[in-house]
Design a protein around this ligand. Structure first.
Ligand SMILES: *[C@@H]1O[C@H](CO)[C@@H](O)[C@H](O)[C@H]1NC(C)=O
Length: 170
């Protein structure tokens, strides 16, 4: 019993400092100790919504705004003073709305939505229709607090083909 508790604590400390959990311990084929559910030490959400609830909010936001271009979803899902890390868009709702209304509607496909604690990650393919633009491969990261999106980061690279690896990027 105490051996398991101590092992859970040690694994928990390793998992916390490494930012991921180690299910059942590592390096052993024996079943690991039964650990308490992983805490979210990184989560700043005082409402402690589940990762699944946060994912639902972000997917609704993304689908409504980017796929359906229903911009009233911005007021519903974005916190008024959302923190933006995209270098082209300022904090708050208006700069994002200004940006969205300035670009043409484009096909958007959402792949691999993943949520942990207060963070939601989407792997997205966005086809831009400008003549010399390529489809973009994007990872959007959202932080959700009490049901509102309060922070956003993204990582963007062009989808390229015929450059060595025949495997598609999605
Ligand atoms: C726009 O999105 C919001 C948030 O999901 C939703 O409540 C509303 O019904 C949507 N409007 C339309 C016209 O689909």
């Amino acid at each position: 019993m105490w051996k398991n508790v101590i092992l859970c604590i040690v694994l928990g400390v390793i998992a916390t400092s490494a930012h991921y959990s180690i299910p059942g311990g590592s390096g052993s084929s024996k079943p690991g100790p039964v650990c308490p559910p992983p805490a979210c030490p990184e989560s700043k959400d005082k409402c402690k919504l589940s990762a699944q609830e946060n994912k639902k909010i972000v997917l609704d936001f993304y689908t409504q705004v980017f796929v359906k271009r229903n911009f009233s979803a911005v007021d519903i899902h974005y916190a008024p003073n959302i923190i933006q890390h995209n270098p082209h868009v300022g904090d708050g709702r208006k700069p994002f709305l200004d940006f969205m209304t300035s670009v043409k509607p484009v096909p958007v496909a959402i792949y691999r939505p993943v949520a942990e604690c207060d963070l939601v990650y989407l792997h997205v393919k966005m086809i831009t229709e400008d003549d010399d633009s390529k489809p973009q491969a994007i990872v959007d990261i959202f932080r959700v607090e009490c049901g509102k999106i309060v922070e956003h980061w993204d990582v963007i690279q062009p989808v390229i083909t015929n450059v060595g690896n025949p495997r598609p990027m999605f």
